[in-house]
Design a protein around this ligand. Sequence first.
Ligand code: GLV
Ligand code: MN
Ligand code: MN
Length: 420
Amino acid sequence: MSDALSAGLPQPSAERLAGDLRALEAFTRPDRPYTRRAFSDEDRSARQWLTGRMVEAGLGPAVDAAGNQIGRRAGARPGPALVIGSHLDTVEAGGRFDGIAGVLAGLEVARCLDAGGHRLEHAFEVINFTCEEPSDFGLSTIGSRAMSGKLDGATAARLRDRQGRSLAAAIDSVGGRGAELDTARRAPGDVLRYLELHIEQAVSLDRAGLPLGVVTTIAAPSRYRVAVRGRQDHAGGTPMADRRDAVAAAAELVLLVERLAREAGRGMVGTVGFIEARPNMINIVPGEADLLVDFRGIDPAAIAETLGRFETGTAEIAARRRVAIEWTSLMRDAPLTVAPEMVAAVETAARALGIPHRRLTSGASHDANHVASLCPIGLLFIPCREGRSHCPEEWAEATHLATAAQVLLEVLLRLDRDLA
Ligand code: GLV
Ligand code: MN
Ligand code: MN
């Protein structure tokens, strides 16, 4: 700890972070812990809570046109900001740490700066990005996409959820201004460096007993909506040879996704996480099935190959089973190699604090993937128990969160000192 710049400042507190985690876990759909979907009442309540904590931490709170909550602390000089961010929205029956850990760590860093009366040279921002998790609009990472210029107002006005509400209206409901979405875009010169802390959502740190991971590569999702249209018939009277069963075709699609990801290797994974059959009745051969397909990878060649095989594979199943299969590409994001300077910055800070760490890759995607088109990003992981995530059992230790927040603070101070 001897050459740590943060040694003279108040340190992140595990007790305070544990209290914040408890406060946030209360903002859940009561029948489904821990569920705080973007644009819901729970999301709005959590945002309100965060605004209060930002003010207490000396951050000036604001909401941009995309609904991103931005707490800002002025620097000694004008110019681009150093930013820490993540998200407070969750998946269905998700966890208490995914995204939340990163926002709280940013808040805790702000508290340490504030309590120590430390003025940074650069402006400092803590961001809660809007809707990092998948939405009914077919998109995820909505706030960071908009901030990095990959989602415009026209698209937000066009995309609809099942109730027919536009994404622009959903953004309005959390304090954004959907009609002015384009103004959420920031110029590359506006953000100096971006840091995000996240739970690993895989098991390597927990297994190794290490408190910190430094991410070198981040996988990216490619997603499809698939509509299978067969023929609805009587389950008793229709001979097997005459059927055009949409669910049987969907079952083949599920296995196709699994087989392609396995055969691709090179870190590819594939999941069908959503399937809906109609009419969904025991004595009816199903006429329709809808699926959502998610492929991830870090190797661009493996991704391209797998997606190509998936698209031709759907045509083969459709022809053989005499059903129509139509797919729509929802997103095709690019994997990210983290800038070596940022990997080194995090490692140097961890070393200065004597915190053991290792390099690793991220299978999950993050707001950092998009912010990377604005400035170099750094991504830090803390262990989560047995690698479990996107489930109610997701668990991370507040002590690990405080340790990683200490590293964040140290990186921040070093970047502030070293960058023009
Ligand atoms: C975010 O949770 C993701 O799907 O990677
Ligand atoms: Mn998630
Ligand atoms: Mn997340």
